[in-house]
Design a protein around this ligand. Structure first.
Ligand SMILES: [Zn+2]
Length: 200
């Protein structure tokens, strides 16, 4: 059975109506909150700018690693939740199907319309996103870029592979890493993320 993203979207939409007094949303085994993408974009791209030209690469690596750790821990929680077991598990036939569950949940979270274009088990994951909020935000704040700017999705793509084929949690977080060869922020028509085994 293919993964029905609409079922997952509905579950997240319905579940996210329940919030505690502080606005925390307990859902799919993790704690979520509503967060302004403009604010997130400003924080990360300001951080990158303030690190300066010389340390730009270092800033990029830190932002991607933060996203990768976040994606790795978040989706480990999600795939061990009762909601996952009840809603997603019945649609899963192979280990690879998990990725389609992950991208459906990511879409419902507002992270982007992640579309899996290629998945070679234990080797390569290729995801395309046409509406990355980071690309949009970067262009609004700084105009066009010379390199991919979607650090969150880049970390998350690598985290998905780490969860599927990496060492057992929590050791597999950085077993994979991702590149973003195409990004709307640099004029491409969509963003593309390619995760492969890390060389180190
Ligand atoms: Zn991008």
């Amino acid at each position: 059975m293919a993964i029905d993203g609409r079922k997952i979207l509905h579950a997240v939409m319905e579940g996210s109506l329940i919030r505690d007094a502080k606005g925390i949303i307990p859902l799919f085994g993790v704690y979520l909150s509503l967060f302004s993408v403009q604010y997130y974009n400003k924080l990360s791209f300001d951080f990158e700018k303030r690190m300066g030209k010389r340390k730009e690469k270092e800033a990029e690596v830190l932002l991607i690693e933060a996203a990768q750790e976040c994606g790795y821990a978040t989706f480990q929680g999600i795939r061990n939740s009762w909601e996952w077991e009840e809603i997603v598990m019945p649609m899963i036939e192979s280990r690879e199907d998990q990725v389609f569950g992950f991208t459906a949940v990511s879409f419902a979270f507002g992270w982007g319309d992640m579309e899996v274009k290629e998945l070679i088990p234990d080797e390569k994951l290729l995801i395309q996103v046409s509406d990355s909020y980071e690309a949009t935000g970067y262009m609004q704040l700084h105009g066009s870029a010379n390199s991919g700017k979607c650090y969150m999705l880049r970390g998350v793509a690598a985290a998905f592979m780490g969860l599927l084929y990496g060492e057992d949690y929590p050791d597999g977080c950085f077993n994979f890493s991702a590149e973003e060869p195409l990004c709307r922020a640099k004029g491409d028509s969509y963003c593309e993320f390619v995760a492969r085994r890390s060389s180190h």
